[in-house]
Design a protein around this ligand. Structure first.
Ligand SMILES: [Zn+2]
Length: 292
């Protein structure tokens, strides 16, 4: 059953891409973030299988991200290191000139569905794939002529095995934050943002002014039902290693996700509209000069 349902993601991804491309010819503007194209990236990642750090599918996910970035003209750098005898690889895509803004997402998935059966991994359609999908669609949709910053799309490995066999959380992002050769103006992380029942409360550990600005953009785009301007949770996520270095950092996360770290974190829980609401806010933020 599992193999069958994973294969069907490929078929669905293909149909969605066809639909989205057909739509693009008639309706959506080129250079506008498209939720259906983002959702195809969720399906493509899940089609690779469970993607924990150090797995074959995890490495293939990094390869997929690199291919997508290069196809859209982004300059790619990888950071490969070893953590607890496990190879870890961060991927960074860069575009444009000027002060640096980093958008980040983790691409590894948790190797244990600890809420149920710890021997079974998590598919991570939302916890992992959704944030990556938004960044990859931004790689296509961002208009280089509208950017007055250098944008980094940062794909972190090894976020999600925290507390398993003594692993820490946020290993890849910690490594990246410790090896920066520039000081970015801001770091914005997108994690678990694809839930069809989207509730984007603010994170209490995020930079207040930057967070308010992003939620204001959400409001101007009409997303008042999903961008809720109240602190709903306080997260230790991939933004923290950057915040600890004094860099304004925000985590866009919907932690009201009943399938978190369960076997039910599958693509049917993720909606293209939810991905689009996050992608368009980030697109507006960057194309409006990334000021706050
Ligand atoms: Zn997780």
């Amino acid at each position: 059953m599992k193999t069958h349902s994973i294969c069907s993601y490929t078929v669905l991804a293909f149909l969605l891409l066809l639909t989205a491309c057909a739509g693009a010819a008639t309706e959506s503007l080129p250079g506008t973030f498209d939720g259906d194209l983002a959702y195809a990236h969720v399906l493509a990642q899940c089609d690779l299988g469970y993607r924990p750090t150090g797995s074959e599918a995890g490495w293939a996910t990094g390869d997929y991200i690199i291919e997508q970035l290069e196809a859209h003209g982004w300059e790619v750098e990888t950071q490969v290191f070893t953590y607890r005898d496990t190879p870890v690889r961060n991927v960074i895509g860069r575009l444009g000139e000027g002060p640096v803004i980093i958008l980040g997402a983790h691409y590894d998935t948790r190797r244990s569905a600890d809420a149920e059966d710890p021997s079974v991994p998590v598919m991570g359609a939302n916890d992992g794939a959704s944030g990556v999908a938004v960044l990859l669609e931004l790689a296509r949709s961002l208009d280089p002529a509208a950017l007055d910053h250098q944008v980094w799309l940062a794909f972190f490995d090894a976020e999600d095995n925290g507390r398993l066999d003594g692993w820490e959380w946020c290993v890849g992002s910690s490594y990246m934050a410790a090896h920066l050769d520039v000081t970015p103006e801001a770091v914005i992380v997108a994690d678990m943002i694809g839930d069809a029942d989207q509730q984007l409360y603010m994170d209490g550990n995020s930079h207040p002014a930057l967070r308010e600005h992003l939620w204001d953009i959400g409001a101007t785009l009409g997303y008042t039902d999903t961008y809720i301007p109240e602190v709903g949770w306080t997260m230790y996520d991939d933004h923290i290693p950057f915040a600890q270095r004094g860099i304004p950092a925000v985590d866009i996360i919907d932690f009201a996700y009943p399938y978190w770290h369960t076997t039910q974190d599958t693509p049917d829980k993720v909606s293209p509209d939810s991905l689009e609401r996050v992608g368009r806010v980030l697109e507006q933020f960057l194309e409006q000069g990334a000021e706050w």
